[in-house]
Design a protein around this ligand. Sequence first.
Ligand code: SF4
Length: 759
Amino acid sequence: MADADTFEKKETVTSNLIPLADLLSRSVGNFAPGDSEAKALKDNLPRLEAIVREKLNYTDDAFKAWPVLEEALLELENQLAISGAEGEAFSKDISRLKKSLPKTGALIPFSSNAPVHILAAYLRGQLAVQRKALKLEIEPLIARLKDILAVEREKSPEAKSPDRLHSTLDFADSFLNFEELSSILPAGGSEAMPEDRYRRIEKILETLQGAEALLFGKNAYLIVSYAEAGRLGQDWEKSFPVSAIEIASDGRVCDTAVKIFDALMEKAAELFAAIRIGKLEVESRYIPEIHGDFFIHFDWRRFTDQELSACPPVLLLIEPESLLERELNDFSRMLSSNRPVKALVIRRNLHSGASPGEFAFRQEPGALAIAHRNAYVMQSASVSPEFIFDGFREGIDSPTPAVFHLFLPEDGEGHSGFLSASAAVEGREFPGFVFDSRKGPWWGSRFDIHNNPQPETDWPRHSLAIMDENGKETTLDLFFTYADFAAMDSVSAGQFYLVPPRYWSDDLVLISDYLSLPEEEIYSKVPFIWVVDENDTLQKAAVSWPPALTCRERLDFWRFLQENAGVHSYHVEQATEKLRREIEEETAKKIAALEASHLSEIEKAKEETARSAMEKLAATLLDMDVASNLADSLTPQPVPQARQATATPAAPDTPEVEFVEIPEVKTEEKPKEEALPLGEAWIETPLCTSCNECKDINSRIFAYDANKQAYVADPKGGPFADIVIAAEKCPVKIIHPGAPQNPDEPGLEELIKRAEPYQ
Ligand code: SF4
């Protein structure tokens, strides 16, 4: 439904075209927002909608909405015949709905001409808004200019003539002598207006008072091709009331539109110049020497957007074949001239251009218009009324030329126009798009392809629920391509061949996959699409060469639109890939550098640790003044008590060495395998890390030397248990417990066992 009355509020204009179901539920919601309110009415809204649809069925026209809705409400009440209290409540809700529904607007049933009716509804509302503002300017201007002339007339000698006095003061006829009065009246006090200014203001007034005839008399000027003229059943005046309609012969449509536009703009220029000069005159700012030349050359190119949008649009309606074959030069010249003529290029045939068995690259009216760069271009099939409505609003209001390329298929044998239009959009046969040259300096910013199914993919992907040969439910993923659209048409059906299942092989490839195959593989494959036969059985239909090529051509055009709209832009993807590679290389370099640096750090740390250990060892050995046997120090051996030299803590410079008594040992008497007896506890001091562990356990037994490395200060300074615990806790395992010094210490047996691993 289109509601012309609310066109005034431009920001809400998109809501003026709404599906009937939405209008009904919104209207009920206005007075019964709760779920339980007006429940019977809400439950029966689909029935009400069905009644309205029935009333509009089989028509191809726009209806005044209110009478149809009122009649349908009455019929609903009669059909349901609800009695009792419920019936009373229902009637009350029906009355409230009547109040809530808009009393203006049109009901437009879906048909191939629905977009034309939408356009007509928009024109009716749109001009009223633009003109209202202009009329509000003109009326006070006329009054002020009249005042100026009236004052001026009062200054003239004729204003004081006996006849004029007599006509003005006739009530004083009995007591005034108008001859004498005229002779004694003083001459005018102020200077008279120059004659040419007076005449100019008179002319402006005359123009402003004739505005209705000059500009406001018509809602639109339609130039209709012969072929298109028959589509509305010659009922153009009814569809476009208060419009001038001219049927133009083939090849003359664009030329006629340009001539009508120029003539109309001449009149509009006269009116707008009069308004502008009039405004200057009332402020006494018009200077002929300055402004005269501007207004001599004043034409539509100097109109403001507001002035231009107050002019009735000049629209031409033509079919694409005629435009491309007979009017291409005129069409191009018209667009290049930047005249804001609006062109409706209406395609009705299912197949455009070449016959079904042939292949040709399409001439796209939309793409041709885009090539002129200055036009507003909208392409859409009849399945998107809101999109079309928005396109009309933008294009008609635009001060640029506009081209609306519409696909309005009619119902055909075995299929509806709506289904054909939907399939054309799905199969990229007729993708929708908008190119708006005013959107910005960047080419990509002017394109919009959002009104297509899955605009980011080559073909829309769908999941089809099917039942396999075992009766099990499953799904089939498939793409809807141009070939699927073409297969719906009986004329093209000869281009598809059912392939019996026994011939199904890997060489039979879905057309969507086939189009992506490399050239060297494509010759050995046969493309197919899925179709359903009269038994609802899925069949593979091989696609012949012409529709397969057209698939590729349609995909090419679709990608042209995608790229322009910024989807899969070649240059963007190239740049992104290059950037990705650069980032990867940079990251790899950084990782390698970090790894190298890390390895070097590890090596350095190792060297540092080894060097430090060696320095400590060397320092200890030097301190002990036993450098003569460095190897022995580096390879600690269990030292038998009899041979052990125990370094007592001493000043680093003068290590004091005390030798204990060595009992004579007859080694030859001992069996070779017998272990040496354990002596006192001892520590591999050069390897001590100075962790404090042993000292914390018993600082009498363990002490640090001058290098802060541990040694056994007094093996009898504490229990054997402390020595064993220290040996266990020493992180570098360099404490050797030796033998217990006190044979009476409790638990010795177990302590000796614990000490064994550290001896
Ligand atoms: S526990 Fe071992 S490393 Fe730690 S201070 Fe004692 S001997 Fe040195």
